[in-house]
Design a protein around this ligand. Structure first.
Ligand code: SAM
Ligand code: SF4
Length: 445
């Protein structure tokens, strides 16, 4: 049955990571293809979709409170509310009981059929969360992108790693990889449409294998980096255990692969890493960083850290602090551990008191703040190529973008340079961003 949503307006609220943002762009593209149009707010729409994240307890709680706020909109009839993403996949029927305003629940393996599901006449509620081993191709033509400068390109879905704290393998299923030819075609299309940056996406991109040829991630990077017109290639997320010397060498050989790597450490203690089932030791992580810095001394590394994993001692935590000081990451995302359903760690006592977790997070963030401030101060007076992502919230000729190291750069420009590369002279900084001005408003060569 072909989907027909003519005359209907939809609104998507997205929580969570880049994968979710990309999924929302796919869903929006598919709904537009079926004749629907994008509304500016939930109030003005006929279909409200909430794309959810279950990675931390707090992320899930945010979803429930957002859904609660939608509840009054149901009163005037007409509107349908759907839940997508990891919370949909993990909680399933439970969600209908918790939030009666929900009409349908669709998991990540069924987005390709969402438009036709919505087109059908339906009595009662709809639940579609079964797993599907096939890769469902959703190409550029069905993707309604938010940006015209930077584009997400999914290369794989799901995860086989089962880190003890992580709900992702249950919300996203087992790993499946996109055929390399489809990735190449999408990137060619993006280059032809003027995109300057692409971000290859997957929960663990380093374990990518082309389903046809078995070609690995380094091979994919070589293919994609030969496509003319794409100036910056990024990829996320890398798993330290799967980051091979071949990937590091490909990064250093190709000038259009950004000198930036997000390499989640999680903990600096080998004992905690083992309990987390991360598959590497503190020393192995440091070795990989040594390899990367040896090949690319200017590489910008960022990371994720969890504090308060069960059994984490003060000495374990000190080891994490020590690694931060050794590596000097450009950026860090840090979280207090929270037990998640179905995970291995959910069966272990969450024995670190909230107060201790809070304190460790503050100490960690303060240490990282100091590192970032010192690093950023040393950049004053330098000029960076920056991809402008839009006007800054302050407006008034201020813009915001990212440099090659994925640092936020806020700058002034006499003209709108959204989605373009510009050269920015750094004139100031804070711990979390650089500030500057474009050189005569010229775009970078
Ligand atoms: N695949 C990526 C990886 O391997 O790091 C990202 C996984 S998750 C979407 C992003 C981050 O959330 C993780 O790197 C971890 O630091 C954090 N996280 C995941 N589960 C958590 C939990 N139960 N409690 C606190 N933080 C968690
Ligand atoms: Fe979660 Fe670990 Fe998979 Fe990342 S690698 S998604 S942290 S299970």
């Amino acid at each position: 049955m072909s989907a027909n949503l003519k005359g209907l307006r939809f609104f998507i609220k997205t929580f969570g990571c880049q994968m979710n943002e990309n999924d929302s762009e796919h869903v929006a593209g598919l709904l537009v293809e079926a004749g629907a149009s994008k509304a500016l707010s939930a109030e003005e729409s006929d279909i409200i979709l909430v794309n959810t994240c279950a990675v931390r307890k707090k992320s899930e709680e945010k979803i429930y409170s957002f859904l609660g706020r939608l509840s009054p909109l149901k009163k005037d009839g007409g509107k349908v509310i759907g839940v997508l993403g990891c919370v949909a996949q993990i909680r399933r029927e439970e969600l209908f009981k918790k939030r009666p305003e929900i009409d349908f629940i669709v998991g990540p393996d069924h987005y390709h059929e969402l438009a036709s599901l919505l087109s059908r006449k339906r009595e009662g509620k709809l639940l579609k969360t079964s797993w599907n081993r096939a890769w469902h191709e959703i190409g550029s033509a069905q993707t309604l992108r938010e940006s015209r400068g930077s584009a997400y390109v999914p290369i794989m879905e799901g995860c086989n790693n089962f880190c003890a704290y992580c709900v992702v393998p249950f919300g996203r299923g087992r790993e499946k990889c996109r055929p390399m030819d489809s990735v190449r075609e999408e990137v060619l299309d993006l280059a032809a449409n003027g995109y300057g940056e692409i971000q290859l996406l997957g929960q663990n991109v380093n374990s990518y294998r082309d389903p046809g040829t078995g070609e690995d991630f380094a091979g994919l990077l070589r293919v994609v980096s030969r496509i003319e017109g794409i100036e910056w290639i990024r990829f996320i997320t890398s798993h330290p255990k799967d980051l091979s010397p071949a990937i590091a060498r490909t990064m250093s050989d190709r000038p259009n692969i950004c000198r930036h790597l997000h390499l989640p450490l999680q903990s600096g203690s080998t004992a905690v890493l083992a309990r987390m089932n991360r598959g590497y030791t503190r020393e192995e992580y440091l070795e990989k960083v040594g390899l990367l810095k040896g090949l690319m001394p200017d590489i910008a590394l960022s990371t994720d850290i969890i504090v308060g994993f069960p059994g984490e001692t003060d000495a374990d935590f000190e080891e994490t602090l020590d690694i931060l000081k050794k590596i000097e990451f450009v950026n860090m995302f840090s979280f207090r551990y929270s037990p998640r359903p179905q995970t291995a760690a959910a069966g272990i006592e969450d024995d670190i008191p909230l107060e201790v977790k809070r304190k460790r997070l503050i100490v960690l963030q303060d240490a990282q703040k100091e590192i970032q401030l010192a690093r950023n101060r040393a950049l004053i007076g330098k000029t960076f190529k920056v991809l402008c992502l839009g006007e800054s919230k302050k407006g008034g000729g201020r813009y915001s973008g990212r440099n090659e190291g994925f640092q936020v750069v806020n700058f002034s420009s006499p003209r709108n340079v959204r989605d373009r590369f510009v050269d920015v002279l750094i004139t100031g900084c804070g711990p979390y961003s650089l500030h500057g001005e474009t050189l005569n408003g010229k775009t970078a060569a």
